[in-house]
Design a protein around this ligand. Structure first.
Ligand code: SAM
Length: 279
């Protein structure tokens, strides 16, 4: 393992601080600092940006981000056992690492960072999708963050970047791609992690667009898309029956066919339908 800083190798950090991985915390650690530096670089140029990291654990990715020149890293970690290891990183990078001991689902990170902001994380799988949905649905758009660079299990990553016409295409794809450019930038086998998870992983990079790709009210779009995919095998005219007696006319006015299934409808089509429904 090449040294990217003067700190000890991560295996030693884990042994010194007794950081045996806890399954309940979604702990699958990355111990190769070359790999964590590569993930940090996948976030683009971090110099001049504040970075929000969720779940730093023993700090491999945190060290990658700091070595790559992040202006400041705010790292939210639920497991207090990791704090002493993270304090050593703070000491090596004075004034650049702020560790918050808490649950990322509860911590209000917005007051802790100054734009430009990038979010970079090897997420705990049990809260990853929930956090992504929250980051993608802020009260106002554009959001406070410029980009999200996030590790997911491969199947979730594929759902985020999916195009119409396949099983992976659903609510998450529409939500992510309506207002972001989203792509998979790295694939990782189970063996990249300690302990290895059962599934493969992938890093997704999402860049926030200044404007949505197509106009639509976010709440209406979200409702239409949730209903359409809730019964994804049904034709739109029956899946969306709950939206009103005249739904077939609205589907046609949006340029879609009442016999289409959600899986076939591109984001543009859902936005057109949301505009018709909002009339
Ligand atoms: N970033 C480290 C790495 O790459 O080696 C650890 C990644 S591990 C997959 C997920 C980390 O998230 C763990 O350190 C775990 O303790 C932490 N975690 C789990 N649930 C969390 C939550 N709700 N809020 C904040 N951190 C959480």
């Amino acid at each position: 393992m090449a040294a990217i800083d003067g700190l000890p190798p991560l295996r030693d950090v884990i042994a010194t601080h007794g950081l045996s991985a806890k399954k309940s915390m979604g702990q699958n650690f990355l111990l190769d600092l070359n790999l964590t530096a590569k993930i940090a670089r996948a976030a683009g140029d971090v110099t001049g940006s504040d970075v929000l990291e969720v779940g730093p654990g023993p700090g491999g990715l945190t060290r990658g981000l700091l070595a790559e020149g992040a202006r400041r890293v705010v790292a939210v970690e639920k497991d207090a056992r990791c704090l002493p290891a993270l304090a050593e990183i703070s000491a090596a990078y004075p004034g650049r690492l702020n560790v918050v001991n808490g649950d990322a689902l509860e911590v209000d990170w917005r007051a802790l960072l100054t734009p430009p902001i990038k979010v970079v994380a090897n997420l705990p799988y049990n809260v990853g999708t929930e956090l992504l949905v929250r980051w993608l649905t802020p009260d106002v758009w554009p959001p406070q963050w410029d980009s999200l660079t996030l590790m997911f299990q491969k199947e979730v990553a594929e759902r985020i970047v999916a195009k119409p016409g396949g099983k992976a295409y659903g609510r998450l794809a529409v939500l992510a791609q309506w207002r972001c450019d989203a792509r998979i930038v790295m694939h990782l086998p189970p063996g990249a992690f300690t302990p290895p998870p059962k599934v493969s992983s992938a890093v997704v990079h999402l860049t926030a667009l200044a404007e949505p790709k197509y106009p639509a009210d976010p709440a209406v779009l979200s409702r239409v898309v949730a209903m359409a995919f809730n019964q994804r095998r049904k034709m739109l005219r029956s899946a969306l029956k709950g939206l009103g007696a005249d739904i077939e006319e609205r589907i046609l006015a949006a340029g879609l066919e009442p016999t289409d299934r959600a899986e076939q409808v591109p984001i543009e089509g859902f936005c057109a339908l949301a505009r018709e429904v909002a009339h």
